[in-house]
Design a protein. Structure first.
Length: 267
């Protein structure tokens, strides 16, 4: 583990520096130690699967990164700066978005209105703000097309779209407004087989744009299909941090359950 105030030295052989550095993060809830010195890095354009059983500390860590909770100890560096996000708004302003199963879209308005929510394009007419509807519609359609998402009409209300299409809108909106890191919390839990396949392709499209992705999932198959690296939490500690190509689902399960020693002894 690096000393908490040490300069960043985890530079790859091709000169890339981490986008996100989690260093010695701790979090207690009374006598319960939810996180005990969690340390790992996430690089631009990298997909990291954050894995672990219920109660391993995944949700707590994500909430700290997203500004919903504050850590008790340790340090977070993001985009080369030491940060402490007091609110989710601060994290979003820095370029971090968390997409939960219950998306933040408004179902009773159309795709364009959701895409530009809070950032509407307007012009002044006789002292009044008037929406630039055609420009917003064209921009929303262009952004969705660029990320490989087909929606018949961006004037369709979100409530009439599939779960996969809704996720695509949320991700596309994040990419369009300059996001740098997206955290996906069980993104495929409520999706069917075809929607999940498209969701995995969407993550790959996001990665190719240089955006970092942390995906939390209990589905090992999904994790190994999309992740460059897997980080396993167990009882608030990083049990393993491996390139996906250098480990197996079985080894990850052993890290999650704590059966590594028993497996080694049996071998």
């Amino acid at each position: 583990m690096r000393p908490l105030n040490a300069p960043q030295t985890n530079v790859t052989t091709d000169g890339r520096e981490p986008l996100l550095c989690i260093e010695g993060i701790t979090k207690n809830f009374g006598a319960v130690e939810a996180l005990r010195g969690v340390t790992f890095d996430v690089y631009p354009g990298e997909v990291v699967a954050l894995l672990g059983d219920n109660g391993a500390g995944k949700s707590t860590l994500v909430k700290i990164i997203a500004g919903t909770l504050q850590s008790d100890g340790g340090m977070i560096r993001f985009d080369g700066k030491t940060v402490r996000f007091d609110t989710p708004h601060h994290a979003k302003a820095a370029g971090i978005e968390t997409v939960y199963q219950d998306l933040s879209l408004c179902p009773n308005i159309d795709v364009v209105a959701n895409f530009f929510m809070g950032r509407e394009l307007c012009h002044n007419f006789l002292g009044l703000k008037v929406l630039r509807e055609k420009e917003m519609q064209a921009e929303a359609k262009k952004a969705l097309d660029e990320i490989g998402t087909h929606i018949p009409s961006v004037r369709t209300n979100v409530e009439n779209l599939s779960g996969g299409q809704r996720q695509a809108i949320e991700l596309c909106r994040f990419v369009y407004w300059g996001g740098k890191l997206v955290i996906l919390d069980e993104p495929f839990a409520a999706l069917g087989v075809e929607q999940t396949r498209r969701g995995l392709e969407l993550i790959d499209s996001v990665r190719k744009k240089g955006i970092a992705v942390i995906i939390i999932t209990h589905n090992m198959l999904h994790a190994f299909k999309v992740a460059d690296r897997v980080v396993v939490l167990r009882h608030g500690v990083v049990e393993g941090d491996h390139e996906a190509a250098s480990t197996t689902p079985q080894e990850v399960v052993e890290m999650i359950t704590g059966d590594i020693a028993g497996h080694a002894a049996a071998g």
